[in-house]
Design a protein around this ligand. Structure first.
Ligand SMILES: Cc1c2[nH]c(c1CCC(=O)O)Cc1[nH]c(c(CCC(=O)O)c1C)Cc1[nH]c(c(CCC(=O)O)c1C)Cc1[nH]c(c(C)c1CCC(=O)O)C2
Length: 375
């Protein structure tokens, strides 16, 4: 009897998400597919960002590029958080060096009419690209993603990128009924976008609430978390792990886990052992090398990678990543070396002692003082 070839389900990424033992710590990078790669810039020449997201041949190629080059443990689907909004008819563009720009910002009840539900027929190119990718990737898992309702709302209400999110917050506090109606629509669109990707073969999903860190915990809990929870609950029924990430969310980590994540993404501001105390033992963590670290000399990069792995020791599940996306001017060769180093240092399981730290006595069995649950 021939046993089936191991697939993504057996990969270290999915094992870590499920808090099962891994062969070595899985690693991938947010924004690994994109501007830091010369081969990306070549295939994007003369093709607009949104247009490239609608061409399955380009999506497939760009998604595979970092997997080939870096040997990462997962692919992230090449698209953008605003693609589903564009697909249902919102008049928006992604401007180079700026980001998503919405022609007419959303401010009134009438504006909700411009946000119909997302149907799979709106994004046939997503289904086609995911199917082709899953074939090409074999045992390497594909991570699907969507923007969370708050982060999407920020682009729609502000009309583009925003430092202070003032119009968004004004609606949240000043017109709560409209706010909740808007976030409900967006939750439906996010969930539908994730469902399309999972039904076509994605093995895990990440919900990006990149700008949630602009909110205090009380506002997040009251005005945002219930909508993200709905997205995560709908995907939960599809049986794939859910990663929930935001920037500057140190004060929100517990709430982001409780919203229904299997894995909480941590930015570079909170060390993973402290993040684990905030999140609790029932979820894995993803993170959290500062994306600027790759600009330092290699010795410093290596020390920072070791520090992340050290802080992650004893966690029930750890997916190594940056604390935010790859910066466009990063040297791709340094990223490849980071992948190799994480693999080398965690070969045989991440509990292997990390050498080269300033002397901190190891306890019998490899446990370290001060790290609860460390082995
Ligand atoms: C906030 C957000 C957006 N898009 C996304 C987020 C959440 C992640 C995060 O917090 O960084 C998510 C995203 N955007 C893109 C991906 C592809 C997959 C990957 O991570 O490699 C993913 C996962 C491609 C992209 N999305 C974008 C690019 C650059 C476009 C280009 O190459 O011209 C890429 C590769 C454009 C975009 N789209 C957005 C921004 C802020 C930008 C950058 C604007 C700029 O500085 O040029 C909105």
């Amino acid at each position: 009897m021939s046993s089936p070839r191991p697939g993504p389900q057996d990969s270290d990424l999915l094992r870590a998400c499920r808090r099962e033992p891994v062969r070595r710590t899985p690693v991938w990078f947010m924004r690994q597919a994109g501007r830091s790669l010369p081969e990306y810039r070549r295939v994007r020449e003369g093709v607009g960002m949104l247009e490239s997201c609608m061409r399955p041949d380009l999506v497939t190629e760009i998604t595979l590029q970092p997997v080939r080059r870096h040997g990462v443990d997962a692919a992230i689907f090449f698209s953008d958080i605003v693609v589903p909004l564009k697909a249902v008819g919102v008049d928006l563009d992604i401007r180079p060096g700026v980001g998503p720009v919405v022609e007419r910002p959303f401010r009134t009840w009438e504006d909700l009419d411009r946000l119909p539900a997302l149907e799979p027929d709106h994004v046939p190119y997503v289904t086609e690209a995911v199917r082709s990718l899953v074939g090409e990737l074999g045992a390497t898992p594909l991570i699907g993603f969507a923007g969370a309702p708050f982060t999407l709302a920020s682009y729609l209400v502000e009309g583009g990128p925003s430092r202070n999110h003032e119009a968004t917050k004004a609606m949240m506090w000043g017109a709560p009924d409209l706010w909740h109606a808007l976030l409900e629509r967006l939750a439906g669109i996010s969930a539908a976008f994730l469902r399309v990707q999972v039904e076509a073969g994605a093995s895990a999903v990440q919900l990006f609430d990149s700008w949630a860190g602009a909110l205090g915990a009380a506002d997040y809990a009251r005005s945002v978390a219930p909508h993200s929870a709905r997205v995560l609950a709908e995907v939960g029924g599809l049986g794939v792990p859910r990663i929930h990430f935001g920037v500057g969310t140190g004060e929100l980590l517990r709430l982001m886990g409780e919203a229904g994540a299997d894995v909480v993404g941590v930015d570079f501001r909170v060390p993973l052992d402290e993040a684990a105390r905030r999140v609790g033992p029932d979820r894995a963590l993803q993170g959290n090398l500062d994306p600027a670290v790759v600009f330092a000399p290699w010795e410093a990069v290596e020390a920072q990678v070791r520090a992340v792995l050290d802080a992650a020791r004893g966690l029930p599940g750890h997916v190594f990543n940056l604390g935010h996306g790859v910066l466009p001017t990063s040297d791709p060769d340094v990223l490849t070396r980071v992948v190799e180093l994480v693999h080398e240092l965690t070969e045989g399981g991440p509990a292997v002692p990390v050498t080269g730290r300033t002397a901190e006595p190891a306890l019998p069995g490899g446990a370290r003082p001060g790290v609860p649950g460390s082995r």
